[in-house]
Ligand binder design. Structure first.
Ligand code: NAD
Length: 477
């Protein structure tokens, strides 16, 4: 289905007429998205302005990642932080430039990063204000703002914890201000010692692959065993991925993206969807698995297929899901059962079966939740219960599987343009699109990109998280 306002905004003449007439029509910015697989230099020639680095431990991994990714870094400050940029800058022929806030380039900048990880008291937050006060107006359409902080749990006292917590409110508000330009803002909450792992996450959030991810903290930890990897091309070469519900929508987009990074994708869907899912698998040289995930023998069947035909599995994407909307008094037991069993029960049973020697060490589990699981929705007690259940599931499972280097995360999509949302009444659908910082619905590709990122070696620092892909939904985020 098409988004009329987005189409209107792509017509320069229509945009001019709306502006000239002063009409109160909020035309959303069309989002710049990546095409094709991850490139060697995803930030090629993008100006990224960095501040607050001081002597902080983030400077060195950041400098390396930006040089490798082809960015053009500008470091604000007295030059002390520039030292970290020198060696990688020379190695990749991309020397960083130093600048003061008052003497920035006149051109728009692609990215603005502020390292707030050393801030310890409220008055120090002033530096954050000054950085974004000067730079937010300079951020280009589809630009990226990132703040780096530390967890409140490890603060040395309540005052430091308050300062760290302040960063979240700042970023969520900034995201809402930047959204109409198609720009995003995130907070990376980095555990002590996890700085190298944060660089890989930063590469994703600065890239066009995070087009619909905004207004949220992403926790980067040392929890899962494994070494920090920043990026790389075809990083899923040799891996086997299972995607449930791969016949259409988010599952289909995810299967395509995982395959483009080199994975062999096993595309699972219901036997009724044989034709559709077979076409998806054929087009990307993957395999087909026809199973109803709620069938009693489904976990054993899936485990046996993956073990016997593929020797095991490395990436499991629990994407299959349904809505069975009714207010609680009108909901049949069958509607309750279906939503809870497909979206949650089957996920837990299949995961348990795969953990019995099928999912390999260093593996990745990604489960589809929803912003409905965070905020709740009228008519979705069953769906929201299943989707918040997923959040609790990944939080508990992540530390259990961490010693094996397996990460477990949830993705919470907001309003995504699929048949699931096409079925929503028109006015509610319109509200779902507009009530977000970016003022539009996301595409299945946006969710697929986030799933694909979490499946990569570069995401070893992210586990037990719920990553929202919701364009900064104003409700429930
Ligand atoms: P979709 O309806 O387009 O696709 C879901 C797929 O799951 C279908 O191909 C379907 O056949 C399959 N499936 C359903 N029950 C199954 C079963 N018992 N066994 C095997 N396969 C089964 O949905 P979508 O919009 O692509 O959603 C994918 C996931 O994302 C779901 O978990 C959904 O809850 C979640 N989600 C979607 C949105 C959105 O806006 N579209 C928002 C939040 C969360």
């Amino acid at each position: 289905m098409s988004d009329f306002l987005l189409q209107l905004g792509q017509n320069a003449q229509a945009r001019r007429v709306i502006k000239a007439l002063g009409l109160p029509v909020p035309i959303p910015q069309s989002l710049a998205r990546a095409r094709g697989p991850w490139e060697e230099r995803p930030l090629a020639d993008r100006t990224i302005v960095l501040g607050g680095l001081g002597t902080g431990r983030m400077a060195a991994p950041l400098a390396r990642m930006l040089a490798e990714a082809g960015a053009d870094p500008v470091v604000i400050g007295d030059g002390a932080a520039l030292a970290a940029f020198q060696a990688p800058g020379e190695a990749f022929g991309r020397p960083a430039r130093a600048a003061q806030l008052g003497e920035l380039p006149a051109d728009k900048v692609h990215g603005v990063v502020f390292d707030a990880s050393e801030l310890a008291e409220p008055a120090a937050l002033r530096a954050l204000y000054e950085h974004f006060h000067a730079l937010a107006p300079k951020l280009a359409a589809n630009g990226r703002a990132v703040v780096i902080g530390r967890p409140t749990a490890t603060a040395r006292g309540a005052v430091e914890a308050a300062t760290r917590a302040a960063l979240e409110g700042f970023v969520r508000s900034l995201a809402k201000e930047l959204g109409k330009r198609g720009a995003t803002a995130q907070l990376l909450v980095v555990d002590d010692g996890a700085e190298d792992r944060a660089a890989g996450v930063l590469r994703f959030v600065l890239s066009p692959r995070s087009a619909f991810v905004t207004a949220q903290p992403i926790h980067v930890s040392l929890t899962a065993a494994g070494k920090a990897v920043t990026g790389g091309v075809r990083s899923l070469e040799g891996k086997v991925a299972l995607v449930t519900g791969a016949a259409r929508g988010i599952g289909e987009a995810t299967a395509q993206l995982l395959s483009a990074e080199g994975a062999h994708v096993v595309c699972l869907d219901r036997p009724d969807d044989d034709a559709l899912v077979s076409k998806v698998a054929r087009d990307l040289g993957g395999s087909v698995l026809l199973v109803d995930i709620t069938a009693a023998d489904a976990p054993a069947k899936i485990a046996a297929e993956l073990k016997q035909r593929h020797g095991g599995v490395d990436i499991v994407v629990h994407n299959a899901g349904v809505t069975r909307d009714k207010t609680i008094g009108n909901m049949s037991a069958e509607q309750w059962e279906q939503a809870v069993d497909i979206n949650l029960g089957a996920v837990t049973r299949i995961t348990t079966a795969l953990l019995g020697g099928v999912l390999r060490d260093g593996g990745r589990i990604v489960c589809l939740s929803s912003v409905a699981g965070i905020a709740g929705n009228v008519g979705q007690t069953n769906y929201a219960a299943s989707k918040s259940g997923i959040i609790g599931y990944v939080e508990k499972l992540a530390p259990e599987l961490a010693p094996r280097g397996i990460t477990v995360n949830a993705i919470a999509p907001g309003f995504i343009e699929t048949r699931l949302t096409a079925a929503i009444p028109v006015m509610i659908r319109e509200a779902g699109r507009r009530l977000s910082a970016l003022g539009q619905g996301g595409l299945p590709q946006d969710v697929g990109e986030a799933i694909c990122f979490l499946s990569q070696p570069a995401a070893v620092g992210v586990t037990g998280n719920t990553l929202r892909v919701c364009g900064g939904a104003l409700i429930g985020a």
